[in-house]
Design a protein around this ligand. Structure first.
Ligand SMILES: [Zn+2]
Length: 198
């Protein structure tokens, strides 16, 4: 029996045994579907995901522009670490590239989204750790002068179970973004262009 078949059997025990769900036509493939759905958000090969992230972040390039670069809002879905319920994220990401002689080191705009999507699908996270994981990857890849990230999450585990749609915001400001002036520029640009979540 494969690991996957064993996992499906265990889910079957929980559903039809502990939860007393009837083994009708409607539910007969549910254990298989649950495992397949979880596999989409819990990579069975996390090392492979790390390698993919590394490959993408190696595509940095030189630019003459040393100003702030912002992508927002990036929309990503992940599972929460506590309940494996979905969390819908909207992310504002900004950075000021590192200077390298007379040029600056940047990364493709769509690459930022691809990396964050891979982090989201590697495994379930708490929102705080998810935010920090994004910071760590881009710190390593870009070593930017500064970086700011604002993550807004709608947690289905709270929305459904507590009947409350409050949103959670986590932030991380690194390097020059810890200066009030730079941080305000980041927030103002998001606000003025109506692309932010604040
Ligand atoms: Zn949860």
């Amino acid at each position: 029996m494969t690991n996957k078949e064993q996992a499906i059997n265990k889910i079957s025990e929980i559903l039809y045994g502990y939860l007393k769900i009837p083994l009708s036509d409607e539910f007969k493939d549910t254990p298989k579907r649950i495992i397949s759905a979880w596999e989409e958000f819990c990579s069975l090969e996390p090392d492979k995901i790390d390698k993919e992230i590394e490959k993408i972040t190696e595509t940095v390039f030189k630019t003459d522009n040393g100003g702030m670069i912002i992508v927002s809002p990036l929309t990503v879905t992940a599972l929460c670490a506590h309940h494996l319920f979905p969390i819908s994220y909207q992310i504002s990401f900004g950075y000021i590239p590192r200077k390298n002689k007379n040029t600056f080191i940047a990364i493709g705009l769509s690459k930022i989204l691809e990396v964050i999507q891979l982090i989201a699908r590697k495994r379930p996270h708490g929102q705080e750790n998810f935010t920090k994981s994004i910071v760590n990857v881009f710190e390593k890849a870009l070593n930017p002068q500064g970086m700011g990230i604002i993550v807004l999450g709608v947690h289905e585990c709270i929305r459904c179970r507590k009947n409350n749609g409050f949103k959670t915001i986590t932030t991380s400001m690194q390097g020059s973004f810890t200066n009030l002036k730079t941080r305000m520029e980041f927030l103002e640009l998001l606000k003025k262009n109506d692309v932010g979540i604040v």
